[in-house]
Unconditional design. Structure first.
Length: 236
């Protein structure tokens, strides 16, 4: 593989599943146990904020029970050793990329370990439990703090930055994604339109795998380190 000059990498639930992080859309995933309309929409939060806080508090506390795996570590290595431009975009709201050593992953769906004040718009790191009695560290308003995650019906974060990177990249890599959640599912087409080579690394073929120039299927902890090694060494 010829070493590219600009890479965009998209990661999804599949990269963190091997660390023990629950997925959403698998047969036994989170949405098989919870109605997303109750816990992951602005309307659900307005109806029952305590239920939403309990849901995300449980997930936030779960971060302490998982650790980055070899796939996260390999991508952090790529970030360190690659001499061109690299944008790591993740749909995941966990912090495993950061804990593996990635310096600036772009969380398009927000971050579980952050809080957003719906009143003043301030964002803060938040590792503790959150409740209706939580106050914003900036404006001190009570009852307006919510998890800083993108809910159904809300616009994903950093879309302009991601779009510019896709327009200018010559390699787009999708790792551990289902290929059916937009706008991320459309990134491969944007990259192809810009002339980039595209590769899918996934446990099994995604819904859009036929759009990729190359598809490598297997466990993320195996295929991602091998792909990074191959990329850094310029092997086809």
């Amino acid at each position: 593989m010829t070493l590219p000059s600009s890479i965009v990498i998209l990661t999804g639930a599949g990269i963190s599943a091997e660390s023990g992080v629950d997925t959403f859309r698998d047969r036994d995933g989170i949405w098989s146990k919870f109605d997303y309309r109750d816990v992951a929409t602005p309307e659900g939060f307005a109806r029952n904020p305590a239920l939403v806080h309990d849901f995300y508090n449980a997930r936030r506390s779960g971060l302490d029970t998982v650790a980055p795996n070899a796939a996260h570590v390999a991508l952090a290595r790529l970030e360190r050793e690659f001499e061109g431009k690299l944008l790591l975009v993740t749909q995941n709201i966990d912090d495993l990329h950061e804990r593996a050593g990635s310096q600036r992953p772009v969380h398009m769906h927000g971050e579980l370990a952050k809080a957003l004040c719906a009143r003043c718009g301030a964002r803060h790191a938040w590792r503790d439990s959150m409740s209706c009695a939580s106050s914003c560290p900036t404006c001190e308003a009570v009852g307006h703090v919510r998890p800083d995650v993108v809910w159904f019906g809300e616009m994903p974060y950093h879309m302009e930055e991601i779009g510019e990177a896709l327009d200018g990249c010559d390699l787009f890599v999708s790792i551990g994604t289902s290929g059916n959640v937009y706008p991320a599912a459309g990134f491969v087409e944007e990259a192809r339109h810009a002339g980039a080579r595209t590769a899918e690394l996934n446990l099994e073929p995604s819904e859009g795998y036929s759009l990729f120039d190359e598809a490598i299927h297997g466990r993320a902890t195996e295929v991602v380190p091998a792909f990074v090694e191959r990329l850094l060494n310029g092997r086809k």
